[in-house]
Design a protein around this ligand. Structure first.
Ligand SMILES: Nc1ncnc2c1ncn2[C@@H]1O[C@H](COP(=O)(O)OP(=O)(O)O)[C@@H](O)[C@H]1O
Ligand SMILES: [Mg+2]
Length: 152
């Protein structure tokens, strides 16, 4: 398990790294995002979508749990903030994670489902008005180079 830690100093920077990851992402990749409200999970997801070639506007899926977008690969954007165990079972997360697309889950810490080994776990911390600390844990070596570039 590799760990990376770096600071994003703007929304653009957060979206920029996510866009790079989206460009490199392959079917089955999953980004598990955690951190308080306003920490940057949705902006990161917007960047991912852009990197995947999604042209539609990506918003917070809070009231819908799952939104599907068309890009170079399908992009599944999930918000687990209010997800209870029954809903999670109904949603059948496994199908998305083993599937043909790339998944981003906000509030991933709320999930009971076992995440795939290729998961990228990112914890966002608000350190100042425009500053977020990102802590990345992953076994997915494909993204290592990108994270290294952003590490100070
Ligand atoms: N470095 C940064 N990275 C991401 N968002 C930032 C940053 N600095 C300020 N922000 C602001 O923080 C908020 C993040 O909101 P959002 O992405 O919806 O968070 P979450 O989905 O975690 O609740 C936005 O208002 C954004 O403009
Ligand atoms: Mg959000």
């Amino acid at each position: 398990m590799s760990q990376f830690q770096f600071v994003s100093r703007s929304t653009e920077e957060t979206m920029g790294i996510a866009e790079r990851l989206g460009q490199e992402a392959e079917a089955g990749d999953l980004f598990a995002l955690d951190g308080d409200l306003g920490a940057g999970k949705t902006h990161f997801s917007k960047g991912l979508a852009k990197g995947l070639g999604v042209e539609a506007m990506v918003n917070s899926p809070t009231f819908t749990i799952l939104k599907v977008y068309n890009g170079r690969l399908p992009f599944y954007h999930i918000d687990a903030y209010r997800l209870d165990e029954n809903e999670e079972e109904e949603l059948g997360l496994d199908e998305y994670m083993d599937g043909d697309g790339v998944t981003a889950v906000e509030w991933a810490g709320n999930l009971q489902t076992q995440l795939p080994s290729r998961r990228v776990i990112i914890t966002f911390k608000r350190t100042a008005e425009q500053e977020r600390e990102l802590i990345v844990c992953t076994d997915n070596t494909r993204f290592e180079q990108i994270f290294k570039e952003f590490t100070d």
